[in-house]
Design a protein around this ligand. Structure first.
Ligand SMILES: Cc1cc2nc3c(=O)[nH]c(=O)nc-3n(C[C@H](O)[C@H](O)[C@H](O)COP(=O)(O)OP(=O)(O)OC[C@H]3O[C@@H](n4cnc5c(N)ncnc54)[C@H](O)[C@@H]3O)c2cc1C
Length: 481
């Protein structure tokens, strides 16, 4: 291998979380190396397909990074401002509005702005570098190895490595066995998901299918088993349209219906199902018009740090377990990872103990609500379309549903709802289960509010969390049809 260069910090991956982490750390005086397999024009590209994403993000997350970095975002990065998100029941008869300004992004443009911030802040950026794994010194990560643009093996050393390689990270998955960070994610906690970016002719106006001012989500266990479909508006009448599925739910649904659908065939069927979309044409700017990728929909890794190692964004399974929104958590964790890298390197302690504060900071900023939301997602995946239709109409008010998706738990009880018209044994059971789920969510939120203050308290806490999640998975099995 070629000789090693040494840095304070290596950031692997120049997507959203990585560029932010590198920029914040470099701005605060660290000697930072930022590596990515892409180049400046294609930074953040996830795979050969492109930047595969729905690209919807809450305005509050954009405000957060503006405040932390001073970057002002506007067009073209912020492609279209939206008023909110509507989630529809399968029969389209009921909906929840999740209010609040957001944006759909022109992802390549947005990512370039973040990389510019990292480079201007002083990070040393090396494109076309394929990271292959961590370099270990004893039980600590001490650098990374990989191949440069000439396909030559190379290692880089650092006091600390930030893993921002996204969902398929080779760094987390090649850590030594340890009790802090799981190396693998349960396949039931992964959504296979994909989308098109289309120009199209509007067949007729119907705000249940396409709304130029709001993002639309379609819950439907037949169209998108174990996930949902989405139609997000973009500028100039374009759309980002796609869906995600849980593999197990898809298998069950295919078996019961005698079908052999794949994610791609379901996406195509979903486009056809949309009665407003006529004559769709792939909008292939940046070769980014079509793609499939994965997103983890579970609580983030129980610890986000190991000796000499911090994880941010999708590498740590951070997306929201209900909505699969991972842009917000990637932006937040990128900032916090950068800030914590500065603190740990300045303190001369990049051991797991020296890095622990990052766990607490991320937990406070976002992570403490995700385990509860994971249980809610597991519950949702156990409901069929009829129960979802009834549930969206009856179980929760729009305010309660909106609260749930941001981790605030409503007061729900059988007695409160019996005042209302709960009809049908299956629906009443589904509501009873929801009351159980809400109880579990409260319990998990309480546990995360008591996140261990140091690595010594970690074992007992993690065992309690794992037990709660295990119980939820045992009680609610995927049952789409
Ligand atoms: C189909 C789909 C739809 C989605 N829709 C939404 C949505 O609407 N809203 C939302 O908030 N979230 C959405 N998400 C999730 C969101 O896209 C991710 O959470 C987000 O991209 C995570 O950012 P990141 O910086 O952690 O990782 P990534 O964006 O994955 O960036 C990782 C970077 O590391 C590079 N890299 C990876 N491996 C290597 C390697 N070995 N060597 C060198 N470089 C490497 C990659 O090329 C990339 O540049 C969606 C995801 C999918 C798949």
């Amino acid at each position: 291998m070629a000789s090693s260069e040494t840095y304070d910090l290596i950031v692997a991956g120049a997507g959203m979380s990585g560029s932010l982490a590198a920029g914040i750390a470099a701005k605060n005086g660290l000697n930072v190396l930022l590596l990515d397999r892409n180049d400046r024009e294609t930074t953040g590209k996830k795979n050969n397909w492109g930047w595969t994403c729905g690209d919807a993000v809450a305005g509050s997350h954009i405000d957060y990074i503006t405040e932390k970095t001073g970057i002002k975002f506007s067009k073209p990065g912020l492609d279209l401002k939206v008023d909110g998100v509507y989630a529809f029941s399968p029969d389209l008869e009921a909906k929840y509005l999740f209010d609040g300004v957001g944006y759909t992004l022109d992802r390549p443009e947005f990512e370039k702005q973040l990389l510019d911030f990292a480079i201007k802040s002083g990070a040393h950026y090396v494109p076309h570098f394929e990271v292959e794994g961590p370099v270990m010194e004893g039980s600590a990560v001490a650098g990374i190895f990989g191949k440069d643009e000439r396909k030559e093996h190379k290692t880089f050393s650092a006091k600390l490595v930030i893993d921002a390689l996204g969902v398929a990270t080779v760094l987390r998955r090649r850590l030594p066995d340890n009790k802090y960070i799981e190396k693998n994610v349960d396949i039931d906690d992964i959504e296979s998901t994909g989308r098109y970016i289309y120009e199209f002719d509007l067949d007729h106006e119907d705000l249940k299918y396409y709304d130029p001012k709001n993002c639309l989500i379609h819950l439907n266990q037949e169209l998108a088993p174990g996930g949902y479909g989405w139609v997000f508006p973009k500028s100039d009448g374009k759309i980002n349209i796609g869906l995600g599925v849980q593999k197990r739910s898809l298998d069950i649904r295919n078996k019961k219906l005698g079908r052999s659908d794949t994610v791609q065939s379901l996406i195509d069927a979903y486009v056809k199902w949309n009665v407003t979309v006529k004559n769709p044409r792939i909008f292939n700017k940046d070769n980014n018009g079509k793609g499939i990728w994965s997103v983890a929909v579970r609580r983030q890794m129980a610890s986000l740090v190991y000796n000499g190692y911090i994880g941010a964004g999708d590498s740590m399974a951070m997306p929201n377990p209900i909505s699969a929104g991972g842009i917000g958590p990637a932006l937040i964790s990128g900032v916090l990872a950068g800030e914590n890298a500065v603190r740990a390197v300045s303190n001369g302690d990049t051991s797991i103990k020296g890095l622990w504060q990052y766990n607490l900071d991320y937990n406070d900023a976002y992570g403490k609500k995700t385990a509860g939301m994971e249980v809610f997602r597991i519950y949702m995946q156990s409901l069929n379309n009829a129960q979802l239709n009834y549930g969206v109409r009856t179980f929760l008010t729009a305010k309660e549903a909106s609260d749930l998706t941001v981790g605030n738990i409503p007061e729900l009880s059988m007695t409160s709802k019996l005042k209302m018209v709960l009809k049908g044994a299956s629906n009443i059971n589904a509501f009873k289960s929801l009351v159980f789920v809400v109880g579990k969510m409260k319990e998990l939120n309480r546990m995360y509010n008591e996140y261990p203050r140091s690595p010594e308290q970690f074992d007992g806490w993690k065992a309690r969390v794992d037990k709660e999640i295990h119980e939820a998975k045992e009680r609610f099995k995927p049952n789409p049809i």
